[in-house]
Design a binder for this molecule. Structure first.
Ligand SMILES: Nc1ncnc2c1ncn2[C@@H]1O[C@H](COP(=O)(O)OP(=O)(O)OP(=O)(O)O)[C@@H](O)[C@H]1O
Ligand SMILES: Nc1ncnc2c1ncn2[C@@H]1O[C@H](COP(=O)(O)OP(=O)(O)OP(=O)(O)O)[C@@H](O)[C@H]1O
Ligand SMILES: [Mg+2]
Ligand SMILES: [Mg+2]
Lengths: 225, 225
């Protein structure tokens, strides 16, 4: 469903170059549950941003449903992201002036898929155990609550693929395990799932673990089934 | 060194009240290493903000070095924070327009304690393994790198007490353990350390673990020594 082919990403900072990704090859199949792990700074977020069409590679190709994304306009990419990709950001990126519920509802504004955005937003926030916090703005929420709002928002458009960048970084282990159960259930219902995580109990539940180091795939481990 | 006495914190949201803290009693002794754990939303950040004089309680008393902080002006509190308290925020709060090094140096601007801020900022960033990232702005840093800049900044003024709100939420386990070693070394040199964390391998290294639930201390565990 998504493929990275010999992908490089170089950031330029004045005269200095940061080689964030150095030749990544990755095939993500429909319905897979993949986790990406690796040291801080190894390129996980950069890689997830390319998979999620939020950024373009410096070299190499990205394919989404077999289409080379470099041939798509920014508008077409935007549309694809809105309809097919759910993204949970490492730093949440919630809109400060909107409530939790409005933040989640807003995701439906960019696609025509959701019939009753308000009701769906409430259901997703309830799933995330945030029913009593729907009318709080981000700065009236705890770190872990903000993180869960970001997850609810990513699920709003029934995406084909959910990309989650460290979705449990601010959650206690009980809440993390509850989230893992939700992810596994959605995956069993057909959602393709790519989770960047430092939490090895989450990573170990994936069908495949990709180990990143210095912008390269250092190792890949497949589960027995 | 710091004491919370029957502390309550109530947030008002229109007609709704959120009782974030419901009668907290806590004594923090000089040189202790304490960890605070508990579910997402249980009041850990709220409690740390009161300990760090960033906020005032709705009821109850906060004592810093035996002085009742309600008798201090905002300016006096500001001064106390700048000179004696290092705070690592759950959401980093770095200044987007400044580089990592400038962000760390800035902490010295609010007190007269540091002779050579630029050199000290470099040393602290090197300690955090960020030597090659000193001139990056926050949006040119990974999540874990931003977190480490926030930690370096908190150490800039040689604080009496370091308060860290989930300092390893975005770090892989190797980097987390390296940070723990730095914390333990500073604690052995006299730094009082209060760490809010979901990472039990960090929490278990503390001399005392405070378990929070629904804004109350549910349990407290002291280590044998
Ligand atoms: N300004 C505010 N207005 C209303 N409610 C608030 C405000 N700030 C925090 N809260 C609520 O108070 C409760 C405690 O928040 P706090 O940030 O202390 O939790 P926490 O234990 O740090 O959680 P986490 O582990 O998710 O960071 C949360 O349920 C939150 O929704
Ligand atoms: N805009 C940018 N300009 C320059 N360097 C950048 C930029 N964005 C990221 N980097 C660098 O690229 C490297 C990879 O960043 P990335 O965010 O992908 O790491 P990560 O694996 O997600 O780390 P973490 O686990 O800490 O979140 C980092 O060393 C970072 O400093
Ligand atoms: Mg990252
Ligand atoms: Mg918190």
């Amino acid at each position: 469903i998504i493929e990275l082919k010999e992908v490089h990403k170089i950031y330029k900072l004045g005269s200095v170059s940061v080689n964030a990704l150095n030749g990544i090859n990755l095939v993500i199949n429909k319905g897979e549950f993949i986790s990406i792990v690796g040291p801080s700074g190894s390129g996980k977020t950069t890689m997830l941003n390319l998979i999620g069409l939020l950024d373009r590679p410096t070299a190499g190709k990205v394919f989404f449903e077999s289409r080379d994304v470099s041939s798509l306009s920014d508008n077409e990419l935007s549309r694809l992201r809105a309809e097919k990709i759910g993204f949970v950001f490492q730093t949440f990126n919630l809109i400060p002036s909107l409530t939790a519920k409005e933040n989640v509802e807003l995701a439906a504004a960019f696609s025509n898929k959701v019939k009753d955005p308000e009701r769906k937003a409430e259901e997703l926030l309830e799933l995330m155990d945030l029913k009593s916090r729907m009318n709080h703005k981000p700065n009236q929420l705890s770190g872990g609550e903000q993180q869960r709002v970001a997850i609810a928002r990513a699920l709003m458009n029934d995406p084909l693929v959910l990309l989650a960048d460290e979705p449990t970084g601010n959650l206690d282990s009980k809440t993390s395990m509850e989230l893992l159960e939700i992810f596994k259930k959605l995956n069993s219902e057909g959602l393709t799932l790519v989770v960047v995580t430092h939490n090895l109990s989450i990573a170990n539940e994936a069908g495949r673990i990709i180990y990143l180091k210095d912008g390269r795939v250092e190792n890949e481990v497949k589960k027995g089934y």
